[in-house]
Design a protein around this ligand. Structure first.
Ligand code: SER
Length: 326
């Protein structure tokens, strides 16, 4: 087997930060090229500053490092994407088209494209949402993900590109912060709880959304990318689920560990986005095709988040290093 050389875009992001480290563990320090438009936030590894819209530079990196796999994580998220729809479309969608084309032209062996629960919209059934359902999203981020999925499928069918994709739910982690998403509250709430501060939640208390712990999201990504090609029956994107909860449910679960924690609800424009998404995911295709199974349930996730954040806040002499948000 040819030695794998992996390039990650958006390596500073919520998922990129953790996935980058995991890929380095698996493939070695010299075989993972971390890239981002911002300055490097990783302690280890090879880093290159890269604007995904700069095609000549992207091509140069592929050639110089003899890249065989790309994990394309760079994008603007659902809430921040609404500030400037055309810019969001350009980065999220044209960025992907560049990478599909570069992958084809440079014989990239495997490409990963993250899709999202943002592909769903008001016409999608909300409970145990199946794989193939109406997709009419309200956000420009969601529109880019639907179009992106279709183009991935097209490149796979028409050109034989080995492209693989997951519809991530909201991802919860203690190692990195999300930024600009509608599910961000589910990470922020833990930082406030651990620091004993009252949390002001930007969603209504009964808004249920699908979520997942970071370790499971990373494992799913690696498992999908390492699965034999013939097991990947869907080349647009697989539904992926673990558990679902509302702000009130997670607040009550955190109370079991931190009884003095307080919350208030002040929904903003993100409420409409959350209302247009689904509540629970049916991910049976992923389970059947390549053996997906999450390790964490809701209760384990809450316990592990609190344990790890308490440790991190204790270690950090300067609290800014951990929380970033309060
Ligand atoms: N977590 C993302 C967001 O809220 C959805 O993919 O935008």
């Amino acid at each position: 087997m040819q030695k794998q050389k992996i390039l990650i875009t958006g390596s500073n992001g919520q998922i990129g930060t953790v996935l980058g480290n995991k890929l380095i563990d698996i493939y070695g320090l010299d075989n993972v090229i971390l890239t981002d438009i911002a300055e490097n936030n990783h302690k280890n590894g090879i880093f290159e500053k890269l604007d995904i819209l700069n095609i000549p530079h992207f091509k140069e990196l592929i050639k110089d490092y003899k890249i065989t796999q790309i994990f394309h994580l760079a994008s603007l998220l659902s809430a921040s994407g609404e500030r400037n729809p055309m810019r969001t479309w350009n980065i999220n969608f044209n960025g992907l088209l560049n990478i599909l084309d570069l992958s084809k032209a440079n014989n990239i062996e495997k490409l990963f494209f993250p899709s999202s629960i943002a592909v769903f919209g008001n016409t999608t059934p909300k409970e145990y949402t199946e794989q193939d359902v109406p997709l009419v999203p309200d956000t420009v981020y969601g529109i880019g993900k639907v179009a992106g999925e279709l183009w991935c499928n097209y490149y796979a069918k028409r050109y034989g590109l080995d492209v693989r994709s997951l519809r991530y739910p909201g991802i919860i982690s203690y190692e990195s912060m999300p930024g600009g998403g509608t599910t961000d509250y589910a990470v922020e709430i833990f930082h406030y709880a651990v620091k004993n501060k009252k949390y002001s939640c930007f969603l209504e208390k009964d808004t249920v959304l699908p979520m997942m712990y970071m370790e499971d999201a990373i494992n799913a990504t690696i498992q999908l990318m390492q699965a034999p090609s013939e097991n990947i029956k869907l080349r647009y994107s697989y539904n992926l689920g673990a558990f679902s909860f509302s702000p009130e449910e997670i607040y009550n679960e955190i109370l079991k560990h931190i009884p003095e924690f307080e919350i208030e609800y002040k929904p903003d424009f993100r409420q409409n986005i959350a209302d247009s998404w689904v509540k629970r995911i049916d991910d049976s295709r992923a389970r059947k095709d390549w053996g997906w199974k999450p390790k964490y349930n809701f209760e384990n996730m809450v316990e592990d988040m609190i344990l790890n954040l308490k440790k991190l806040y204790k270690i950090a002499s300067n609290k800014e290093q951990v929380g970033l948000i309060i």
